[in-house]
Design a binder for this molecule. Sequence first.
Ligand code: KDG
Ligand code: MG
Length: 403
Amino acid sequence: MPRITAARVIVTCPGRNFVTLKIETDEGVYGLGDATLNGRELAVASYLADHVAPCLIGRDAHRIEDVWQYLYKGAYWRRGPVTMAAIAAVDTALWDIKGKIANLPVYQLLGGASREGCMVYGHANGRDVEETLDDARRHVEQGYKAVRLQSGVPGLAATYGVAKHGQRYEPADGDLPTESLWSTSKYLRSAPALFEAGREALGWDVHLLHDVHHRLTPIEAARLGKDMEPYRLFWIEDAVPAENQANFRLIRQHTTTPLAVGEVFNSIWDAKQLIEEQLIDYIRATVVHAGGITHLKRLASFAAIHNVRTGCHGATDLSPVCMAAALHFGLSVANFGIQELMPHTAETDAVFPHGYSFADGLMHPGDGPGLGVDIDETLAARYEYKRAYLPVNRLEDGTVWDW
Ligand code: KDG
Ligand code: MG
């Protein structure tokens, strides 16, 4: 039985912050788990180092379910992004260890491949429609079968998902939160026009997606869904904030545009009503923020019986360790839908050497043992943590709004 001898937290910033848990065993095998919570990284690092790691020493690394229950029920304080990211990191690292000891890729331990690869969607964005569509064409040329379109909104200086010219998009852009201005009416006029032009330019063979980033009310989201119907989107994401799951009833009642939500969800309970009432089509929770592979599998099984498919979050603030775990999960799970791909920088890829790959619009986790991702600790130590916040949104009259 492999006993846990150490659980170390590694914080690094190769262009953006990442928190990684490394669990070591007395058999010399170690595992990695992503624990990155964008803009709140050190809270999870402390939760792990100060409260979780001491409880892990001496435990049997093979008892993944038992450790999960111990950390979830044993803390007394349940759920929440900090706790669940910490549990996810432990869980992912233990799956990595189990795979390495079995000499099998994690997806084999999860039941084996259900498909040849995981279809991914890339991000096309631009300051206006033409720039966005040029970027979308580049994605299609690279083989993407699915592309998310986000464009600048006329009259607004900046908006979610749109890069400053010539730069990569990275939302955590300030030592203190930057503030952006939001206008729902301007946005609702421009979004359908983007997709009308998108279908004309790109045709009907590519899946098109769009992220509203929680900015509408249910009736506004219903209107947007209706306006988008002619362009047959793969999904509209995060149309409204989802604390009140019943909000989706109203949207659902009015539109056949598929709905995705859940990148900020931490547990099955955040999605229970959404799934049971079939108010959504895709659940976006992913490994690092939703309790690891063990909990995500439970969530996916529950979703499967209600015809909801997976669509894991995959922005750059989720490390390559999370991407690898999401691909093992996605390759194996019966009700996989799609995986988000926002490629990391070369600096990040160098810190986290990995075996996953992209070809013809699909990603594969690779066939190495465990997750197939490592961390170069010497390189990681060269990049010191840098405080960075996500922006805050305000309406034109100064009211704080959802970002
Ligand atoms: O940390 C926040 C980002 O992960 C989020 O803004 C990205 O909405 C996002 C997406 O769909 O990738
Ligand atoms: Mg999103």
